[in-house]
Design a protein around this ligand. Structure first.
Ligand SMILES: [Zn+2]
Length: 465
């Protein structure tokens, strides 16, 4: 913790913030802070994260098509050994909390495909922390990273592919959230996941997301961490250790033609469920993370020419966002370790900023805990458009699950990126509200709150004549 403050202080000085502001703001001053979540955030360990990233890098090559036979697993080489180790970590955390986690695998035989030359078993590993309330336990929040790696050649299973940043860092976030949050109880369900096949074509996450959809699993939010190592190349001063980017899709990948027509007509392209999730991450960051580190929202599904596992969930209609470090160093990802013309290539642990990964883990953990503590969002939110008027009437059905004690109507100008702190009206327990603002000028949303101030994801209404 001491070290962490030190790193932040340095980062703030670098970014030109006055020294007087480098003291972390006491979280308790912020409204509606849940002391249990604040305590959980403090338990995230950079040392634990470092140990996990070094362990994963130590399996030499975690390519999805690398060895997974018993002899290789015993030797600690290849993707099979990595998978068994991740599973054993989840099991160890579960033992430490009296068996509170259900450790599971989602394995399937991937037929030959682009970058998969022969039939290959792909296995996602995950741990479920079931919600304590039967009705609310049906709501699921999921954190994931991919444990497969690659070097310069996607099909190379021989040379080193340490994948410390891409994506042992993301797996370490998932593991650390599981380790810490398994000691707490929440009404809703959490899933901590590590998927494979990402580098070959998102195969693992696609399989799980499709399966979840076929089961009718109500996944309300997916946090995908991929390349969250805060790459620190010696001599590079352009990395920003105070920022993690959070990417979210605009028009949902799963939107129907009719839904897209509606988004076009009403200017709804900036208010997908994934984008509400991203805004929620920012609010949580302000509440639970010390000053000097936070999310930078990027309103784009992913980076140019790149993809990630969150998209597999988006395609099945789930809200999902991607966390990625501020500045990527392409010499230190998807590269076979080597030195050429004085440049060191390779995704090695020595380029990972473990304190940075710990901050990303804190943000993920606080978001998961806040969502799993909160009431379900209200449903069937309607914005009444029967007549032309300058006030706006909204109506909705109560938040299911019985946790909500009231509702808040949020609004912001159409040109504003995020829900402003001032644009909130507490409407009590009523399920209808008339707001003295024109629906033509602002974007509305409604969220449920409980008596401790936990807030659901906001939901944008649909118009009703
Ligand atoms: Zn990756």
């Amino acid at each position: 913790m001491k070290q962490w403050i030190g790193v932040k202080a340095v980062a703030l000085l670098l970014s030109g913030v006055a020294a007087a502001q480098t003291q972390p703001a006491p979280a308790a001053k912020v409204r509606d802070v849940d002391p249990q979540i604040a305590a959980a955030v403090r338990k995230v360990s950079a040392a634990q994260i470092e140990a996990n990233i070094r362990k994963l890098a130590g399996f030499h090559n975690r390519n999805t098509i690398s060895a997974a036979d018993p002899a290789s697993i015993a030797r600690g080489r290849g993707i099979g050994a990595a998978r068994e180790w991740i599973k054993s970590e989840f099991e160890r955390y579960s033992q430490a909390c009296g068996g509170c986690l259900e450790v599971k695998t989602d394995g399937f035989l991937q037929e030959p495909a682009d970058r998969i030359p022969k039939p290959t078993e792909i296995v996602n590993v995950y741990a479920v922390l079931p919600g304590t309330d039967p009705e609310n336990a049906k709501r699921v929040y999921l954190v994931t990273g991919h444990y497969d790696s690659r070097n310069s050649d996607t099909l190379n299973v021989v040379d080193e592919a340490p994948g410390a940043n891409d994506d042992a860092s993301g797996v370490a976030v998932s593991l650390e959230c599981a380790r810490v949050l398994s000691h707490y109880k929440f009404p809703a369900t959490l899933i901590f996941m590590a998927v494979a096949g990402e580098e070959q074509g998102l195969n693992g996450s696609k399989h799980f997301a499709k399966w979840a959809k076929s089961q009718g699993m109500n996944i309300e939010g997916v946090l995908n961490n991929d390349i969250v190592g805060g790459n620190k190349t010696p001599g590079d001063s352009t990395q920003d250790a105070t920022i993690v980017r959070v990417f979210s899709e605009g028009v949902p990948a799963a939107a129907t033609e009719q839904e897209i027509r509606m988004l076009r007509a009403l200017g709804g392209e900036n208010d997908s469920p994934s984008r509400q999730l991203a805004r929620y991450v920012r609010e949580v960051g302000e509440k639970y993370l010390a000053k000097g580190f936070g999310p930078k929202l990027v309103f784009r599904r992913d980076r140019y020419l790149r993809g990630g596992d969150h998209t597999s969930f988006n395609e099945q209609g789930y809200a999902a966002v991607r966390f990625t470090e501020f500045r990527e160093d392409y010499n230190h990802q998807h590269q076979t370790p080597r030195t050429e013309n004085g440049i060191e290539y390779g995704d090695l642990p020595k380029f990972v900023d473990f304190q940075y990964v710990a901050n990303v883990a804190r943000l993920n953990l606080a978001t998961l805990a806040a969502l799993a503590s909160a009431p379900a969002p209200p449903t069937k939110i309607k914005l009444l458009t029967k007549q032309l008027e300058n006030d706006t009437t909204l109506a909705w059905e109560a938040s299911p699950g019985g946790l909500a004690t009231g509702y808040e109507v949020l609004y912001r100008a159409t040109t504003e990126a995020e829900w402003p702190i001032l644009g909130v009206e507490n409407v009590g327990a009523a399920t209808t509200a008339t707001i003295k603002r024109s629906k033509d000028n602002v974007i509305f949303a409604v969220r449920a709150v409980d008596k401790k101030g936990h807030k659901s994801l906001p939901v944008v209404p649909s118009p009703e004549r």
